[in-house]
Design a protein around this ligand. Structure first.
Ligand code: GLA
Length: 368
């Protein structure tokens, strides 16, 4: 399990910056990754989500210097320094998330100054834990501090999502940026993605949510995610609604009558919306067993209706439950990545040993 904390990452980013650029950074900021507990792919359908921030994350060190409009961007995780210009568009490189975040907040200032950026982090890429959103939010946080801008966390989330949609070109919803910017460690965040109404939800005492990398990495800019977004639009047209969250499980007969696979895509959205609402109630009641059952149901609809799971995560979720977990499901954008498992605290060690014996390619990343 990773043990680096926010404090360790901030230090690593500071040291990395000093090594790379031969000076101390002017500001260093942290942003966590997130794990989603319930409500998958509901966010671009105006639905409900229930994510929580992780201890894992990214830290970004920033300082002014160099020619106006020139950005030097280095990462402790990837080789080499990226030299970008503030006038550039996205190229598909990891540094796009930094460049996009900077342009979103301080495009005018970048014409006056150069910037040096060092990024460090411990969020595995392609694990469904929002490493890209963490970089976007962290970049904007650091730039806001450096240039003396006061940005409200909700506005920051909206801005970071725009970076992903309009600059990077990934048609995601707002869950990741919102939970990273607004969420607080130690609790889940219930969010209505249509109204942006949100409030914290308590985690059950005596239980841990384990975040386990399945060993299969995804690439959300591959076509799978965008295909689902397009299918939801087509399902809306077939059903005569603006957003799939205009419908509920009471509309399932109507939903089932439209063409395959659009009917199952819509069935997933209304089902996961129901499960997320029920999940909030279970957390508020401190009912871990009920929450676990909802996680299992959510994995089934991800697998059967939305078809975003892979054989490895299906097998791991099934095995986790057989090994005594209260619930388990694939989390995040899908097509692999991480699973999240709810286990009684007293069982965590035994569970992890038995699970990893059975699936040696998996990695327990966090326990909350
Ligand atoms: C990715 C996207 C989010 C959300 C999830 C799936 O993480 O960035 O907006 O759609 O997938 O729930």
């Amino acid at each position: 399990m990773h043990t680096s904390t926010e404090h360790d990452l901030i230090r690593a980013a500071k040291d990395g910056y000093a090594r790379q650029y031969g000076a101390a950074p002017e500001v260093v900021r942290f942003a966590p990754g997130r794990v989603n507990l319930l409500g998958e792919h509901t966010d671009y359908n105006g639905g409900f989500v229930l994510p929580m921030p992780l201890g894992l994350g990214v830290a970004i060190a920033l300082g002014r210097g160099g020619a106006p409009g020139e950005l030097r961007i280095t990462s402790g995780e990837f080789e080499g320094e990226a030299l970008r210009r503030a006038s550039e568009t996205a190229t598909g490189a990891w540094s796009d998330y930094v460049l996009g975040g900077l342009k979103a907040l301080v495009e005018d200032e970048l014409a006056q100054t150069g910037l040096m950026v060092f990024v460090d982090g411990n969020l595995p890429v392609g694990a469904g834990l929002s490493s890209s959103a963490a970089v976007e939010v962290c970049t904007i946080r650091a730039a806001a501090e450096l240039f003396g801008r006061n940005v409200d966390p909700v506005d920051l989330a909206v801005m970071a999502r725009k970076v992903e949609n309009d600059f990077v070109g990934m048609p995601c919803g707002i869950m990741d940026q919102f939970s990273i910017s607004v969420g607080a460690p130690g609790s889940a965040l219930f969010l209505d993605t249509r109204t942006l109404e949100h409030h914290p939800a308590p985690l059950p005492d005596g239980y841990n949510f384990l975040v386990i990398h399945s060993g299969v990495s995804h690439q959300l800019t591959d076509s799978g995610y965008a295909t689902r977004v397009a299918e939801c639009k087509a399902a809306c047209a077939a059903l005569g609604v603006e957003m799939l969250s205009d419908l509920t499980v009471d509309d399932l007969a109507r939903i089932d009558a439209i063409a395959e696979p659009l009917n199952r895509r819509a069935r997933h959205i209304v089902t996961d919306n129901r499960l997320t609402r029920e999940g909030l109630a279970a957390l508020e009641a401190g009912d871990a067993e009920a929450f676990g059952r909802l996680m299992i149901e959510s994995h089934a609809t991800e697998r059967d209706n939305y078809e975003i799971t892979v054989p490895e995560t299906d097998a791991q979720v099934e095995a986790a439950v057989a090994l005594g977990a209260l619930g388990a499901r694939q989390t995040g954008g899908g097509f692999g990545g991480a699973i999240v498992v709810l286990v009684a605290e007293a069982e965590v060690e035994r569970f992890c040993n038995e699970f990893q014996d059975r699936f040696p390619a998996t990695r327990v990343l966090a326990g909350i």
